[in-house]
Design a protein around this ligand. Sequence first.
Ligand SMILES: Cc1ncc(COP(=O)(O)O)c(C=O)c1O
Length: 375
Amino acid sequence: MIPFNKPYLTGKETLYIEDAVKSGKISGNGKYTKLCQEYFQSRYNFKKCLLTTSCTDALEMCAILLNIAPGDEVIVPSYTFVSTALAFVRQGAKIVFADSRADHPGIDEDKIEELITAKTKVIVPVHYAGVACDMDKIMALANKYNLFVVEDAAQAIDSFYTGADGIKRALGSIGHLSAFSFHETKNIISGEGGMLCINDDRFVKRSEIIWEKGTNRAEFFRGEVNKYGWVDTGSSFLPSEIIAAFLWAQIKNLDEIQKKRKEIWERYYNLLRSAELSGIVRLPEIPDYATNNAHMFYLVCSTLGNRTDLIKKLKSEEILLVFHYLALHKSEFYIEKHDGRDLKNCDKFADCLVRLPLFFELSNNEIDKIVLNLN
Ligand SMILES: Cc1ncc(COP(=O)(O)O)c(C=O)c1O
């Protein structure tokens, strides 16, 4: 069977974990946590990074940092993972679901403004498949209406956006806050894992406190205060050094991982764009302002039935294709709270999008076999 995903190990993970264990410091915020955070800060120009135990946790930290409370509205695409919305719902927010673009599963930037009310506090663009949303448009709305932007960059490590000013910025460095995932399905992984990035000075100090159970322990460890205590709300959002050591091994191979994933993506694209594909209407498109981090290769089928048949056909050939999100505005948990608006593009991607296997060890022969069976 060709699986959909196979977590890639660089071979150095256990070496760094052993080093962390032998050092006697295996709780959080130690040597490996700092190495990872400093690496991301300097490579991608994030103001501050904090490793977290998941992207979900990083999003929850965003909701706490922004003081989200009952009565606040948060604009979130409906075509996303539960956590994008859940993190804000836990703080009492009402989610106002936005539709996807017609040509891409990401939020339709041109339809956001009509959703903004006096209660709106945050816009949460999701960089689906690691492809940037049009951040100029989203940041302009945030400035106009005095809103915060939290980038859900779960899939977007090592991907960039070039705005009208011509500057190429890393995804996750543009909004006030952003959240990444290092879950085993992502480009670089630590099993479960994530990261909060803070790009606005106003949130830097408090983010460390929320991260460390509402205490100023991080300041204490740096010798900035001579005792630490309970100063704010928070939780235990930081991962152990074992997770950070694992992630460090992945980071060391980031360029190699990205090169390989991009080769796989390109091979799929070049083979598929010239193929006669019945029942498939769309290959992924990368807008001029975005880069491709090769997180995902997806196809859009013409109908749900075509997608079901395609998944079944490839399964019979020992190839695992998977669909992706279910529309959150129609979820069991939120359907009653949703305001009833139709989100047609979201529904289309929920019914028709299918993802092809994409992982470091996928061979050219396997790609060719997959493409052959798609025809
Ligand atoms: C867009 C998006 N946001 C958030 C998450 C949650 O990530 P994690 O599993 O690290 O909590 C995911 C998971 O894949 C995701 O796709």
